[in-house]
Design a protein around this ligand. Structure first.
Ligand code: C2O
Length: 565
């Protein structure tokens, strides 16, 4: 028998760690290889091969448990520069693995590789990964499934099975050509030709091939499934329905919610939703699954095609009757807001909502578009995006590198805390100036500062719903409303008890959204509209979060293979 006195000190130390931190003992290292390759998808009417990870569309699913260390080797075998972003993964102190090109890292050049190395801390649920350079994420994206730690159950009834549903958009043309053409003209790029459900398009606009395959969800009668729904679309906010069935939403953006029942899921690009689906309808029928766009700005063009999948019961007759569903109208603002407003943090003892109650930085950010001169563009002008009238100009080396190595001249830290002028942001017929200023500006925060950002839509050119995404941290959505935010009234109605926690939230059309977060992750963190068209136009900025005291509150040193610009 091993007596206490004979136990080697190092064995005792390991033993102690395992007893005190059982989670550490079981955390695993997960290895993935992501090879970026061109692949022919002519059967989906595409005119060009598309950039994929491992030849798959959607790409491979990354599976891990809370606490795991994930290593993904990305090998770039295409002629484009590439980066991958692990959307919603907090990347505590590992900003080098976050992925947005020229913000967190220089791109991985053709023929090069880079090892993304991060741990999943305090998160479980559904997220997704996607390319984060130009429009490559149109074809390079896939699910991230984070299971709870071993032995930790879900805070909802255990589903019999889990099904991933990746929603996206499909262009027949090469999406890099689509955005390049848009940029050259100064006009909006072409809308997509179809929506996809796990890569299935259904019929495609102007495509001579009639059937492109339909996504089918097979279920067992009276069993409960967990749907992990991801909106990986480039520009389209989406309604999702299954005829005859209801969903119970239990999690969004890898944060548990109070369960709520709905027949319509609204999901913006960048958002993820976990919902329980009880297969409790007649097994002798089959049911349409619908996916359609939401767009309540009348002047903005959007892909208005509806894609349908099928839900079938195992053992159901082949010729079973089809149950239809009507999708909400494309401009169903109410359906969007009802869904968004119904979401609440679970806020249980085990999963408390740690909403900052005092605020160090109170910011007002207007989000919208504008028009700047462009001599070479179609009308001598181009559409631009902006936050607080600043159109973000991409630097030529990554902001994080410039910050870490003290390289001057790359960015300035004077991003404005409020718009340059006060005006009626949501007035119906705006007649003021349209031009914005260019800049590569960040907003600087000291470690652990608490921040409130009121995101205010503007009606310049057109009021429009903008799904704003923040890297490096989740935020709490403490308020949302229409019209102009009223600083003396609206904050009284903020929910500081159980607001939903997410990484992407809409600024509603002609309205505002208030978010709060704690700056406890040192690094440089991108915030941008997750409609890629608006990101391309410059609707983006970054927060610079300084180190705290000591190495555990400081950004880790960069890896040796960090790509060079
Ligand atoms: Cu999913 Cu910076 O984005």
């Amino acid at each position: 028998m091993l007596r206490e006195t004979t136990m080697e000190p190092w064995i005792r130390a390991v033993f102690l760690v395992m007893v005190l931190f059982p989670a550490l003992a079981e955390a695993k290292v997960r290895h993935y290889n992501f090879k970026v390759v061109m692949k022919n998808y002519t059967k989906l009417c595409s005119t060009k091969p598309i950039a994929t990870v491992n030849g798959k569309f959607p790409g491979p699913t990354l599976r891990a448990r809370e606490g795991d260390n994930v290593l993904v080797k990305v090998i770039n075998d295409v002629s484009y520069n590439v980066t991958i972003h692990w959307h919603g993964i907090r990347q505590l102190r590992t900003g080098w693995s976050d992925g947005p090109a020229y913000i967190a890292q220089c791109p991985i050049q053709p023929g090069q590789s880079y090892l993304y190395n991060f741990s999943i801390i305090g998160q479980r649920g559904t997220l997704f990964w996607h390319a984060h350079i130009s429009w490559l994420r149109a074809t390079m994206h896939g699910a991230i499934v984070i299971l709870p730690k071993k032995g930790t159950p879900y805070p909802f009834p255990q589903p019999v099975k889990e099904k991933i549903i990746v929603l996206a958009e499909w262009w027949k043309a090469d999406t890099e050509a689509v955005i390049n053409q848009g940029t050259l003209s100064g006009m909006p790029p072409n809308v997509s030709d179809a929506h996809t459900m796990n890569g299935y398009t259904g019929p495609i606009r102007n495509c001579s091939i009639s059937s492109q395959g339909t996504y089918t969800l097979h279920v067992e009668h009276n069993k409960t499934y967990l749907l992990r729904i991801i909106n990986a679309a480039i520009n389209d906010e989406i309604f999702f329905r299954i005829a005859g069935h209801k969903f119970t939403v239990v999690e969004v953006d890898a944060s548990y919610t109070k369960p709520f029942v709905t027949d319509t899921i609204y999901i913006a690009p960048g958002q993820t939703t976990n919902a329980l689906l009880k297969a409790d309808q007649s097994p002798s029928k089959k049911y349409l699954i619908g996916m359609s766009s939401f767009m309540d700005a009348p002047s903005v063009a959007v892909d208005n095609t509806t894609n349908y999948g099928l839900l079938r019961y195992n053992g159901g007759p082949l010729g079973s009757r089809l149950v239809l569903t009507t999708m909400p109208p494309i401009n169903a603002t109410k359906a969007q807001l009802n869904f968004s407003n119904a979401l609440r943090s679970l806020n249980s003892k085990k999963y408390p909502a740690q909403v900052p109650l005092t605020i160090d930085h109170s910011l007002l950010f207007t989000t919208g578009v504008g028009v700047n001169p462009c001599a070479t563009c179609l009308n001598g002008s181009k559409l631009v995006g902006n936050i607080n009238n600043v159109t973000f100009v991409m630097p030529s080396i990554a902001l994080l590198q410039a910050y870490y190595y003290n390289i001057s001249g790359v960015f300035t830290d004077d991003f404005p805390s409020k718009p340059p002028t006060n005006f009626d942001y949501t007035i119906a017929n705006y007649t003021g100036g349209l031009a914005t200023m260019n800049g590569t500006k960040v907003y600087r925060l000291s470690y652990n500062a608490t921040v409130q950002v009121v995101l205010q839509d503007t009606s310049i050119i057109a009021p429009e719903s903008h799904p704003l995404h923040l890297h490096g941290t989740n935020f709490f959505v403490v308020g949302m409303g229409t019209g102009n935010y009223n600083a003396t009234k609206d904050f009284k109605n903020f929910n500081l008890v159980d607001p939903v926690e997410r990484n992407t939230i809409d600024v509603p059309t002609g309205g505002w959204t208030a978010i709060r977060f704690r700056a406890d992750n040192p690094g440089v963190w991108f915030m941008h509209c997750h409609l890629e068209v608006h990101t391309s136009w410059g609707l983006k900025m970054a927060f610079l979060i300084e180190n705290g005291d000591g190495p555990n509150k400081s950004i880790m040193p960069p890896p040796k293979d960090l790509p060079k610009c």
